[in-house]
Design a protein around this ligand. Sequence first.
Ligand SMILES: Nc1nc2c(c(=O)[nH]1)N[C@H]1C(S)=C(S)[C@@H](COP(=O)(O)O)O[C@H]1N2
Ligand SMILES: [Mo]
Length: 541
Amino acid sequence: MTNPCPRPLRTIHMTNLGTRAKGPTMMAALAGVVSAAVVLAVAELIGAFFTARATPVFALGSTFIDFTPSWMKDFAIATFGTNDKAALFVGMGLTIALLACVLGVVAYRKWALGVLGVLFMGVVIVASVLTRAGVGPADAIPSVVGTIAGLVALRRLMVPLWGLKAWPEAPADIAADVEDQVGGIGTSRRRFFAAAGITAVAAGIAATGGRLLGAARNNIAQAREALRLPAPARAAAAVPSGVQSPVAGVTSWLTPNNEFYRIDTALSVPEINIDDWELRVHGMVEQEVTLTFQDLLDADLIESHVTLTCVSNPVSGKLVGNAKWLGLPIRDVLARAKPKEGADMVLSRSIDGFSASTPLEVLQDDRDAMLAIGMNDEPLPVEHGFPVRMVVPGLYGFVSATKWVVDLEVTRFADSKAYWTERGWSERGPIKTMARVDVPASFAKVPAGKVAVGGTAWAQTRGITKVEVQIDDGDWVEATLSDEASVITWRQWSYEWDATPGIHYVKARATDGTGETQTDKRADPVPDGASGWPSVMVTVE
Ligand SMILES: Nc1nc2c(c(=O)[nH]1)N[C@H]1C(S)=C(S)[C@@H](COP(=O)(O)O)O[C@H]1N2
Ligand SMILES: [Mo]
């Protein structure tokens, strides 16, 4: 007996009608996400043969950073701290996934429109790659190939989905052979999920492979390990034995490389082969000069302890560190280039597009501004600018300490603006006199009686001549200064506090070599550095 409408068919048909809108749409969205993963993974794989900055993930991330308003950057740094880059990648990943979902659904409903959408995304990716500094037109290849691969993947995933769509809308077929159709829809689903799964795994393998291959090919870490630094023509002045505060817990006077703060706009650390590195000195000069890394190795290098400070460092902050640098005095390079009359600034550029404006005279005076290749007796760590960076005593890093430096343009403040100046920060950045209380830590609980207080203070190029401590609203009392190595390094201090039970505030302030005492006027880091007295709350029990 043939039943014109067997129950299994109705059930399946109804189920399918119910999920027709939702099921395939969700699957189309998934197809979009998998295809986006293919775009990025294939670009990553092929990108292994190009500069790391040519991969879409880093290019998009960097473009995003460039367009982020500074309040949002400040918010991100305040909220996520040094995880701000991780937060950016997560945010970017979610945005890309969302867009990919939409594109998947669009492609499912109207293939041509989906293709247009994917191509548009491809153009956006290529544009963001090509606007990175130091990339050539060929660096678009990974993104272009990635986009094509993504389109192919999307097409392959759509075919079984369209099969699904056709089923409920093809009653003639159903009537013809119910069993087959039931098998058909199951096969379509299975085919889709199998294809999606295989594609996702392949994308994962391609991305991982790309990473490994890229790392192996550009083995900058290995080149760095193999590099032997020359002895300096002028060694660093001997460091007095008493530079370290006797108070346990005060920051180490010499900051180890792996504890040195790191601030930069680079999402992927630029990878520069020492054989490829060149520094061009040009602009308002009598004589253009080009230096190779070998030129630096062969030159008369100097060694000097210099404390670097970030303009973004809040009062009591940790974005400051002290290291021994080895490098070529920039004044020697400028002496060869012979700046022309009227020039008052050097715009230094890194390979990744960062730039800093440094007053010309600061690079010519005797403060030992240098093109550094060594940090604490090692080649520069990659994230601190390998192979060459600038180190300029007395100025915040954003206007002086260009890492991965490749270009010095002698110019005028009136004619050129540096990276952060274009984003609302000042064009010059002398370091403000600042004291920091390291011990006791903020919110510490200490027993009543003698409590060791200590910290550090800096006023590079002026030096620290006095640090005072104030408990609550008491009198300012002079702390004991540790030995001074030089006016361009920080200076530590200590103080013995007779602590009574209760909640207390320990404040500090420094006086620099010009006799000026650190201002109590609170200022935010923007535009030219934070000011105010550090204050630590301590519970004495
Ligand atoms: N190429 C490049 N150099 C850069 C930066 C950057 O973003 N890119 N940041 C500057 C800033 S703001 C500071 S404070 C110092 C920090 O140097 P460090 O990371 O070695 O501590 O580097 C400077 N040099
Ligand atoms: Mo900075």
